[in-house]
Design a protein. Structure first.
Lengths: 87, 138
């Protein structure tokens, strides 16, 4: 455990920002809106994972954050190509 | 722990939280699709980078862990390189399926055949455009 107790509050703040993006993910009128909101949820979860990793002092969360970043990029490009019709 | 170091790390992470919150609010409040895409880049550039700078300083100066610092740098490089590419793909897809901004576009390069080279038939497009220009000249 870290001495910096505020890191976990920052992580909780990022998760609350996630819920704001999830509102757009549910409501979004078009498919690109939902794709962009989903990518935002991905990136915000990434940041929360980094903060939890340095709060708890366990490097395994950083590995999960790297995988999340790669998968978010792949999903965004795939959704874009699929919507464009050139997949 | 040094209190100065702690305050510096906190300032970086609070800045990242502010930009992430601004991006999330812009994602809800912006009027059309392309504005919302622009607002989402607020999260993925400044929000991510400031938080990762704080995490990098923490890993390097508090945990004394070079491995964790390298992983944080890898996450930052991945996010900064990947998000413009993904955003470009999504924006072009949004244009192709017929979404337009609310205001009329001043410059529309995707609608212009001379400026926009299609992925299929890329070799044929310049010739056709050139012959049209010649026909107009005659």
């Amino acid at each position: 455990m870290s001495e910096m107790i505020e890191l976990i509050y920052f992580a909780i703040f990022y998760i609350l920002c996630c819920f704001i993006a999830i509102w757009r993910l549910i409501k979004g009128p078009t498919a690109p809106d939902r794709a962009v909101a989903g990518d935002c949820v991905d990136v915000l979860t990434d940041m929360a994972l980094v903060l939890v990793a340095i709060y708890s002092g366990r490097g395994i969360y950083l590995d999960i954050a790297i995988v999340t970043a790669i998968l978010g990029f792949l999903s965004q490009v795939l959704i874009g190509k699929y919507l464009e019709g050139t997949l | 722990m040094n209190i100065v170091l702690r305050v510096i790390i906190d300032i970086f992470i609070v800045g990242g939280c502010f930009f992430a919150f601004a991006g999330a609010v812009g994602l809800v409040r912006m009027p059309d699709t392309f504005s919302r895409m622009q607002s989402s880049t607020n999260i993925t550039t400044l929000g991510v980078l400031l938080t990762l700078v704080g995490a990098f300083l923490y890993c390097l100066l508090v945990m004394h862990s070079w491995g964790s610092a390298a992983k944080v740098v890898v996450i930052g490089v991945l996010t900064v390189l990947a998000n413009p590419v993904g955003g470009h793909a999504i924006a072009r897809a949004a244009y192709r399926i017929g979404i337009r901004p609310e205001k009329e576009l001043v410059i529309d390069d995707l609608d212009d055949e001379d400026a926009c080279v299609e992925p299929s038939g890329a070799a044929a497009a310049p010739e056709g455009a050139g012959s049209e220009k010649e026909a107009e000249g005659q």
